[in-house]
Design a protein around this ligand. Structure first.
Ligand code: SF4
Length: 457
């Protein structure tokens, strides 16, 4: 599998150029990296803008609010480019195109789009492109074909952190979520294949990886003698791997074994993205989340007991159908008790094809907006409080980048995911540097390079 450096950029005179626009989560980012790898096997090179591309690919997401409207708007805007350059190939894929009805609608509405295909058929991208080159259009959605293909080429885009898929799909069927319908049932990659990929990434220069899955905690349930804790133990032995991150964790599957693995393996980072969604047991039941607020709090307690420096981030939905003021107050109460470092907060919005979309008692938008506002105010206060505890703390930052527009400012994360900014130089990017925190803002920590390697987190 030939890999080019993530920093590789070709002079545009060398050949055909592709441009990929990605919507949605890290899983989609990883799929786009695979699409890039496949296109480069065809001789395409990565470009930086649509205007100069010979091939434009949109990787769509169906999870976010108004996703369909946005994607259709973006595709419509490409007509002008196609009129100027009839040889331009335009393709649309991703989980939104895994929905047959939406894929057909897009294919019909935009005759200038050459390729429309669902995520599950990503490995066939080279054949679709060849077909487009010979003048044929493709519409391909295959809901059955969901096997795992471990050996597809890919071009990583992360400078210091590489995404590694460990499982695909989801079996949880939360009532608001479309993912199980478009990404299929859970399938885990073999532990050995994941460890092999981690070794290859270290050889390519990465020392930090993020293990990806819709629910990493249930990794291995479809394999023999595998679990997420065992996977962490195996990967942690890869020489040269300094930091192992993962997301997303489902509270119902977060085991004591996994907490022990996190606490005892020195290169597993102490951060858990643990979607809470609601603090009301009644709403959690309606969401089919399969845990209670009491269980959620118990897990949080165990995580803190095992790792005093652990940071938790979360996702919260307000205004789920049937959510009363009392339910919402329970959410605020749980946010208050847990003290998340940060939270992605959303107003509930119905997704066609999900159970929640047909539930009665949809909450009026004005109420959702007002609740979201109150929730965000509380979370901002909690984030600020959380940040304040870092004043004077020294930790090791893995430097992601350096902004040189004014006085150079480097930034990167502590192991527990806290983002840190400090005065530094671009040659530090990729290295691990001790930084002592001197002041904080709502979302970030600011510090200076510490004179000592002694760290407190
Ligand atoms: S766990 Fe629930 S919210 Fe997450 S992907 Fe699966 S169904 Fe969707």
């Amino acid at each position: 599998m030939e890999q080019k450096s993530p920093f590789y950029s070709r002079p545009q005179s060398e050949g055909r150029i592709y441009f990929i626009e990605t919507f949605g989560c890290q899983m989609n980012v990883r799929d786009s990296e695979t699409a890039a790898g496949l296109l480069e096997t065809l001789g395409f090179y990565r470009g930086t803008d649509k205007e100069n591309a010979d091939l434009i690919l949109f990787n769509t997401c169906c999870v976010r609010d108004h996703a369909e409207k946005r994607v259709f708007g973006n595709i419509g805007a490409l007509k002008e480019l196609k009129d100027e350059n009839p040889n331009l190939i335009i393709g649309v894929f991703g989980c939104m195109m895994q929905q047959q009805e939406v894929a057909e609608k897009l294919y019909k509405r935009f005759p200038f789009v050459d390729i429309v295909f669902g995520t599950n058929l990503l490995s066939r991208l080279p054949a679709f492109v060849e077909s487009a080159e010979s003048g044929s259009r493709t519409l391909a959605v295959d809901e059955q074909n969901i096997q795992i293909e471990d050996d597809l080429p890919s071009i990583r885009t992360g400078k210091i952190n590489a995404f590694v898929n460990i499982n695909y799909g989801c079996d949880n069927f939360c009532t608001y979520c479309i993912v199980p319908y478009v990404r299929g049932r859970e399938r885990s990659r073999e532990m050995a294949a994941i460890a092999e990929e981690a070794k290859t990434l270290v050889d390519e220069g990465y020392s930090e990886i993020t293990l990806l899955g819709q629910n990493v905690n249930s990794y291995g349930k479809d394999l023999k003698d595998a679990s997420f804790a065992k996977l962490l133990a195996l990967i942690s032995k890869v020489e040269g791997l300094e930091r192992i991150r993962f997301m997303t964790s489902h509270p119902k599957d977060l085991t004591d074994e996994m907490i022990d693995a996190m606490a005892s393996l020195s290169n597993v980072c102490h951060h858990v993205h643990l979607p809470m969604q609601s603090g009301s047991n009644e709403i959690l039941k309606q969401m089919n989340r399969k845990y209670t607020r009491e269980l959620y709090l118990k897990i949080v307690e165990k995580l803190h007991a095992a790792m005093p420096d652990v940071e938790l981030t979360t996702d919260i939905i307000v205004g789920f159908p049937g959510e009363t003021e009392e339910d919402f107050l329970q959410t605020l109460d749980l946010v208050e008790r847990v003290g998340f470092a940060s939270a992605f907060t959303f107003k509930y919005s119905p997704r066609k094809g999900t159970r929640a979309a047909t539930m009665e008692e949809q909450v009026p938008d004005i109420v959702k907006r007002e609740r979201l506002h109150r929730l965000n105010e509380l979370q901002e206060q909690k984030s600020r409080e959380n940040n304040e505890k870092y004043i004077g703390v020294t930790g090791i930052v893995h430097i992601e980048d350096c902004d040189t527009r004014h006085d150079p400012v480097c930034y990167g994360k502590f192991p527990n995911f806290k983002m840190v900014y400090f005065a530094g130089t671009p040659d530090l990017v990729g290295s691990y540097v001790p930084v002592q925190i001197t002041n904080v803002r709502k979302n970030s920590l600011f510090g200076r390079i510490a004179e000592t390697e002694e760290t407190s987190i």
